[in-house]
Write a protein that binds this ligand. Structure first.
Ligand SMILES: [Fe+2]
Length: 205
């Protein structure tokens, strides 16, 4: 291949990668929601394959923990400015219920007869929460915030996801400043505990 053609190809793949990274926040949130739903269907389809169910449940709990804290840190403050305290306080309250239930679930093994019914209830609550965000808050952000800013929030969201705790911590504060601080202290411990676990692959990007 000529150097020029190679150069074109490199440039083309760089552009594709940039496009993949430049995703507005509402798009990234919808992708996270879709991934959690995908993991739940895979969990149900795994049937008697206990190790696979365990890997999927580990990944699902991790995604829910990381997604909710990242949202509280970088997305809810934005929604608070545009839609007011009542809307955001309700979202945080709903997430707190899910965090509490996920915290209890995280201590159980998939072979516990209570595990699947509890996960089922968490998913039902999450479905309601995700539907509400997707029908109310995300379209509002899309309408009222400039696309560049949505992409910028998306980058912050992606960046913060690498730093927040990977296990549910229902007792952690939910105000952005404090939550970030507690998160930075807790995340390394969670990551160490995660080394003893196996995780299913995330398929929704
Ligand atoms: Fe969400």
């Amino acid at each position: 291949m000529s150097t020029v053609a190679q150069g074109d190809r490199d440039r083309a793949s760089r552009v594709t990668e940039d496009n993949a990274r430049d995703r507005p926040i509402d798009d990234l949130i919808r992708a996270d929601h879709a991934s959690v739903k995908d993991l739940w269907s895979r969990y149900q389809a795994a049937g008697a394959d206990i190790p696979e169910r365990r890997r999927i449940a580990n990944e699902l709990i991790r995604e829910v923990a990381v997604h909710s804290v990242a949202e509280e840190l970088v997305v809810y403050p934005e929604i608070r400015v545009l839609m007011g305290d009542a809307v955001v306080d309700k979202l945080i309250g709903d997430q707190l219920e899910v965090k509490r239930a996920a915290y209890e679930l995280d201590k159980m093994d998939v072979t516990d007869p209570e595990f699947t019914p509890r996960l089922h209830r968490i998913m039902a609550d999450l479905e309601t929460h995700m539907t509400e965000e997707e029908s109310d808050e995300l379209p509002m952000l899309r309408d009222r915030v400039a696309r560049d800013r949505l992409v910028e929030i998306g980058k912050q969201f992606d960046g913060i996801k690498a730093m927040v705790p990977t296990r549910p911590h229902p007792d952690a504060p939910t105000q952005p400043g404090l939550e970030a601080l507690v998160g930075m202290m807790t995340a390394p411990l969670d990551k160490m505990r995660d080394m003893a676990r196996e995780f299913a692959e995330r398929k929704v990007k």
